[in-house]
Ligand binder design. Structure first.
Ligand SMILES: C[S@@+](CC[C@H](N)C(=O)[O-])C[C@H]1O[C@@H](n2cnc3c(N)ncnc32)[C@H](O)[C@@H]1O
Length: 409
């Protein structure tokens, strides 16, 4: 089927891949130090969501794993008995992930077995209850001895599985599925218009009963805060360059979502509808077509507080250790200097006490999407993703002016 062909091949254009590889590799260490801890509440949310599901056999795939700080906790969550594979296009990020895996090598062995019983959510080999101790018979020589209780046979321990991190374009995971779970935090927005196809591919690469928990930044994450301020700055700069009057102060807040966000789950929903139609009258208790479909269980926003020592520090982290490093590489230092000045002006200006040392707090909201592949006859990895463009034309009308893909967080 043509759609399979489209979905099973990584989709990101070479130039974008190379730009992001360079930008994220240069950003990796600062990202790990400053952004990863601030993003951690959303990862914990993803873990909590994952824990509510009984997973089938298979690995846990972590597309866009960045420096890999999520890999060892996910490995421990399943007692080390599931292979965990992180994927990221950035060589520098994957180098950090390898270092973390190597450094934790000895520790994982010691924590794995203790974590297993509390964390593993999938149907486990039930622990054999301890045989209650036979009460001691009073010493009566003429009584025949109680026969010894036979030892319960030991349940075979599932073998320990590795944690891996590989450099790969994670827009298609076919080479790594079928997966018990896909967990991706703050990577999907980096894919821009490719995100709907990528998400559909991730759903298609789940084993029957498998679950994908995907958290990402929408184009507007807050009603008030430095990310919204940056969007406003972008709109103001774009207007100035076109020789137009400045946009209203609430222009960024009023901007609509990007086309791909609106169309995000369309390929999945279309696939499920197609499956239902094709499966009408099919044999099987679950209706046949349902067995290969992917349901959207959750699609909502979740906000957490975030704190910075100053707006200046925020700017430094975002442009040197975060997603705006790619903008710097693509557009050059002069453009970034102009943006820096415009951004600083919103906080009292470059060199001001307010910009340099007033603490900054905000409460951004990320979008949380949870998918589950229907159980039964589906078999993972075949992917059923449709091209991202499907049904997106009307939504494209709503795309906010001045918001390029590079403004993605
Ligand atoms: C904001 S970081 C998120 C890292 C980590 N998941 C976290 O929550 O801290 C985004 C990562 O996505 C990666 N990325 C973006 N597009 C990708 C793609 N098509 N394939 C693989 N990785 C990608 C980037 O290299 C970067 O490391």
């Amino acid at each position: 089927m043509a759609t399979n062909k489209v979905s099973s091949t990584p989709l990101m254009p070479k130039e974008r891949l190379e730009l992001l590889d360079k930008a994220w590799s240069e950003a990796a260490e600062l990202y790990l130090r400053e952004l990863a801890p601030r993003f951690d509440p959303w990862f914990q949310l993803a873990v909590a969501e994952l824990k509510t599901h009984n997973l089938p056999e298979g690995p846990v795939l972590v597309p866009c794993c960045g420096p890999g700080q999520e890999l060892l906790p996910l490995h421990a969550l399943y007692g080390g008995r599931r292979r965990v594979v992180g994927l990221d296009l950035s060589h520098g990020m994957i180098d950090l992930a390898h270092a973390a895996i190597a450094a934790a090598g000895a520790d994982t062995t010691s924590t794995r077995s203790s974590d297993a019983r509390t964390a593993e959510q999938q149907p486990q080999q039930p622990q054999q209850p301890q045989q209650p101790q036979q009460p001691q018979q009073p010493q009566q020589p003429q009584q025949p001895q109680q026969p010894q209780q036979p030892q319960q046979p030991q349940q075979p321990q599932q073998p320990q599985q590795p944690v891996e991190a590989v450099v790969a374009d994670a827009t298609a995971l076919d080479a790594f599925g079928p997966a018990a779970a896909v967990v991706s935090v703050f990577g999907l927005q980096q894919m821009g218009a490719l995100a709907p196809a990528a998400l559909a591919n991730w759903g298609g690469c789940l084993a029957p009963g498998g679950v994908a928990v995907v958290v990402f930044w929408p184009s507007r994450v807050e009603d008030r805060g430095p990310w919204l301020t940056f969007d406003q700055v972008l709109l103001e700069k774009a207007a100035a360059e076109r020789g137009q009057p400045p946009p209203p102060p609430d222009a960024a807040a009023a901007a609509g979502p990007l086309a791909w966000e609106v169309a995000l789950t369309e390929p999945l929903r279309a696939e499920a509808a197609q499956g239902r139609a094709a499966g009408e009258g099919a044999a099987g208790e679950d209706g046949g077509a349902q067995a290969s479909g992917v349901e959207v269980l959750v699609d909502r926003l979740q906000a957490f507080d975030m704190m910075w020592p100053s707006a200046e520090f925020f700017w430094k982290v975002m442009t040197e250790g975060g997603p705006w490093r790619a903008r710097r590489l693509a557009q050059g230092d002069a453009v970034m200097a102009d943006l820096a000045n415009r951004f600083a002006a919103k906080y009292g200006g470059m060199g001001s006490e307010q910009y340099g040392s007033a603490p900054l707090s905000h409460r951004p909201a990320a979008r949380v999407v949870v998918l589950r592949r229907c159980g039964g006859g589906g078999g993972g990895g075949g992917g059923a993703a449709r091209p991202a463009a499907a049904g997106g034309a009307a939504a494209a009308e709503r795309q906010a002016q001045g918001r390029g893909e590079l403004s993605a967080l």
